[in-house]
Design a protein around this ligand. Structure first.
Ligand code: PHB
Length: 417
């Protein structure tokens, strides 16, 4: 039973094969830094689990600039704006006219497929279906990660650095002792009821709708499958809703003045909670947290995946400096640099949520004030420029000019931490 674990070694042990972990491993490999990625889930789960689908300009540039953007460019859709609907009228925010930037609609699991394919083609070491993961000795310079491989072998993976990329429920976050961290947490009193429907697109661009009955969002997955959401109670039981009741609710929030949803069979449904969370600091010794392991955002601003990618772009630059030049300078400033953007995204996501959702506790003044805010935003160049900048994404911090990601970071000034 208690046989000695199999000993293995790598420079960076990456816990979690989601966007943060896979992108980090991909970027590091381009810089000649080896890593091992482990995940509790099977590859097929990772490649099919439905998540959000909006890629910021910087995420697109990083993917295309590092050789994993081919399918994104052919199968993804470039969106140059969104519509904001209130009082039954749509007003467009033109991202490209306002900022020169755009986003791509390309589902997260497609990004993961592309990253997994790239890692495997490059001979990368990815272990799916592992169990009993634990993190050890991160406050020394010889940390390790222990786990049981899919075939039942106990493994002790020694490394120089552990990257905690295993999401909000993973072991990495809890490996930071409580007395060494501050947790910032905010629960929103709303959930999102999400559906997938087999129907043609209702709109060329995403529609964010404010209505007296609450928020709704019309998004897409492909020419024949659409993603839609509407605000609900976070404790709502999605299974108790008939298809007709779902469509009636969506119609009531979105249809009107010539706009009509394309309806079809509902092939998937579920309720998503809305939370904000940030851990500070984003490291503990040689353990560095990235993506949802370090922070959670509500889906309103479509920032989750993009923050994971920008975190690891910053972490990769820091690890290159560490492994190639022997300096911990950028590792020491990683959390500060990454959290700068995290807090902008927290604000943006909170602001979009509060502007567009019906608040059960709001008085008549609060409800009317919301309309004033939406009018001001959509009719003012300054207001809509803020939304366009935030939605298409702030530049990824450019900290290491020698990094493999340096050329892919567009629109950014060099920054010295
Ligand atoms: C999605 O397509 O799932 C989606 C798009 C935009 C959001 C959230 C989710 O803000």
């Amino acid at each position: 039973m208690n046989a000695e674990p199999l000993k293995a070694r790598t420079r960076v042990a990456v816990i979690g094969a989601g966007p943060a972990g896979l992108m980090l491993s991909h970027l590091l490999s381009l810089s000649g830094i080896d890593s091992v990625v482990i995940d509790l889930r099977e590859r097929a789960d990772i490649e099919t689990t439905l998540r959000a689908g909006i890629l910021e300009q910087g995420t697109v540039d990083l993917m295309t600039g590092t050789g994993v953007g081919a399918r994104l460019l052919t199968e993804g859709q470039r969106h140059e704006g969104i519509a904001i609907r209130s009082r039954g009228e749509s007003r467009r925010i033109d991202f490209t006219a306002l900022t020169g930037r755009a986003v791509h609609l390309y589902p997260q699991h497609e990004v993961l497929k592309d990253l997994i394919a790239a890692r495997l083609a490059a001979g990368g070491d990815l272990r799916f279906g592992v169990s009993e993961v634990s993190v050890h000795d991160v406050t020394t310079d010889a940390p390790s990660v222990r786990f049981t491989d899919a075939d039942g072998t106990r493994v002790e993976l020694s490394c120089a650095v552990v990257a905690g990329c295993d999401g909000s429920q993973g072991v990495s976050r809890t490996a930071v002792p409580e007395d060494a961290r501050t947790d910032y947490f905010h629960a929103y009193p709303h959930g999102w009821f999400g559906i997938l429907t087999e129907a043609p697109p209702s709109s060329d661009e995403l529609v964010y709708a404010h209505s007296e009955r609450g928020f709704a969002l019309i998004s897409s997955r492909s020419p024949s499958v659409q993603r839609m959401y509407f605000q609900c109670d976070p404790a709502e039981d999605a299974g108790s809703w008939s298809d007709e009741r779902i469509w009636a609710e969506l119609r009531a929030r979105v249809n009107g003045n010539g706009f009509e949803l394309e309806e079809g069979p509902i092939i998937q449904r579920g309720v998503i909670p809305m939370r904000s969370y940030v851990i500070d600091p984003m490291r503990h010794g040689r353990l560095f947290l990235a993506g949802d392991a370090a922070h959670t955002v509500p889906p309103t601003g479509a920032k989750g995946l993009n923050l994971a990618v920008s975190d690891v772009a910053v972490l990769c630059q820091a690890l290159e400096r560490f492994f190639h030049q022997g300096s911990t300078e950028l590792l020491d400033s990683y959390g500060r640099t990454a959290s700068d953007r995290v807090w902008r995204a927290q604000h943006f996501s909170w602001w979009m949520t509060s502007m567009l959702h019906a608040d059960a506790d709001a008085d008549a003044f609060g409800r009317r004030r919301q309309l004033g805010e939406i009018d001001q935003l959509t009719e003012s160049v300054a207001g809509s420029t803020y939304l366009a900048e935030a939605y298409t994404g702030w530049p990824i911090a450019h900290t290491n000019p020698d990094s493999v990601v340096a050329d892919t970071i567009t629109g950014s000034a060099d920054r010295t931490p």
